[in-house]
Design a protein around this ligand. Structure first.
Ligand code: SAM
Ligand code: SF4
Ligand code: SF4
Length: 363
């Protein structure tokens, strides 16, 4: 069923272009970062993302012809680059499950900005296939990977991924990615109180003095299937306090505008950690991320309840100018700041909304 948000009107672009920023939204936020979900499938069933009771045997994933093809993704990415996108991140589901992903990476690596620069191409993965694929991904043109790893305790790790996948294979994958030159590598740990918050210090100690940057992510209320509750969120401030009590830390300035992680460095020179405070310290003011879902809907916020159907345009014969105009009008109308207004949402309202799942849109 088509909704207002679905309807895309290519001819009515009122989007503004600021000379230094390219396309901007209603709050002057540029579109810099494009996250593309290449599959809604995953070989893990992380309890906070794809719980088995929802994503079980009977769950119907998208058919192949519903996914955007590599040609379609390349077209959207090319137009996005003309609108100001400088970085593309492939995600999912588990992006390494998409057959021939290297071919997509080759196409994206060949794109250029209006100034003739190549885009940065990154990928977020659960790491399960990295040991096998890292070298081919690098050869195809991938710049960097971010690997999700929620615990070093094998029993706990297996209970979180819920498919008995051993943490040692993810660690092997991280090493393979490092050997292949897919760095700097970031590691994401979603922290859930009472589940893996006891692992914070072990994780920090393990990855201190390594080339990897560990980032702690507050458990978010994405989707409607992960049974989110504020009590399970460990605020970033607490995480920094806990680590800092053992390994003294100092905050450092962001390198890139719109960077979501707050960065802290070990005072003894042992590298840095990051915290992503999506719940306790919203960063909507600088949010420059657009997201394309697996079947080609453009979402201007991770917490949007509906996306804009670009696939209908792509398959309906729209030319590049129409597609560019449609994307410009969607971004130009953007006024999302969900995290900033989250505190105003009542539990009743939360239930009423039809929010998208993390496994569908990617992180
Ligand atoms: N499968 C890949 C992976 O796990 O890295 C890519 C997709 S996954 C949806 C992207 C990121 O979202 C992962 O780092 C995952 O831990 C994070 N994530 C999923 N559900 C989350 C939630 N409720 N709160 C915070 N982060 C979440
Ligand atoms: Fe799969 Fe990533 Fe979600 Fe875990 S977080 S279920 S690995 S998509
Ligand atoms: Fe961006 Fe939406 Fe997250 Fe705010 S809530 S930071 S607008 S994705």
């Amino acid at each position: 069923m088509s909704t207002d948000a679905d309807r895309v009107e290519p001819q009515r672009s009122k989007a503004r272009q600021l000379p230094s920023l390219g396309l901007v939204d209603r709050f002057d936020r540029p579109m810099r970062d494009l996250r593309i979900s290449v599959t809604d499938r995953c070989n893990f069933r992380c309890v906070y993302c794809m719980p088995k009771k929802v994503f079980g045997r009977d769950y119907s994933f998208l058919d192949r012809n519903e996914l955007l093809s590599f040609e379609e993704i390349e077209r959207v990415a090319r137009i996005s680059a003309a609108h100001g996108v400088r970085k593309i991140r492939l995600t999912g589901g588990e992006p390494l499950l998409r057959r021939g992903i290297e071919g997509l990476i080759e196409r994206l690596a060949a794109l250029r900005t209006p100034e003739g620069e190549r885009l940065e191409i990154a990928l977020t993965t659960n790491g399960s296939a990295l040991a096998v694929k890292a070298a081919a991904l690098k050869a195809a043109g991938l710049d960097r990977v971010t690997v999700s790893i929620d615990s070093l305790d094998d029993e706990l790790f297996q209970s979180i991924n819920d498919v008995r996948f051993p943490v040692s294979r993810v660690l092997d994958g991280i090493d393979a990615a490092h050997q292949a030159g897919l760095g700097p590598i970031k590691l994401n740990m979603v922290v859930k109180r009472g589940v893996n918050d006891g692992e914070i210090l072990d994780m920090a100690a393990h990855f201190k003095d390594t080339p990897f940057t560990l980032r702690f992510i507050e458990f978010m209320d994405v989707g409607t299937t992960n049974g989110w509750s504020l009590d399970e969120v460990v605020p970033s401030s607490e995480i920094i306090e806990r680590i800092g009590a053992v390994f003294p830390l100092e905050q450092i300035a962001p390198v890139v505008p719109g960077e979501v992680a707050k960065r802290w460095r070990y005072r003894d020179g042992g590298g840095e950690v990051g915290v992503i405070s999506s719940v306790t310290n919203a960063f909507c003011g600088t949010c420059n991320r657009a997201r394309i879902s697996t079947e080609g809907k453009l979402f201007t916020c991770l917490f949007a309840d509906e996306g804009h159907d670009l696939r209908a345009l792509l398959r309906g014969g729209a030319d590049d100018a129409e597609l560019a105009s449609a994307m410009a009008s969607i971004w130009g109308a953007r006024d999302d700041r969900y995290s900033e207004i989250r505190s105003e949402l009542t539990p009743g309202l939360r239930q009423a909304r039809n929010r998208i799942e993390m496994s569908y849109i990617g992180g």
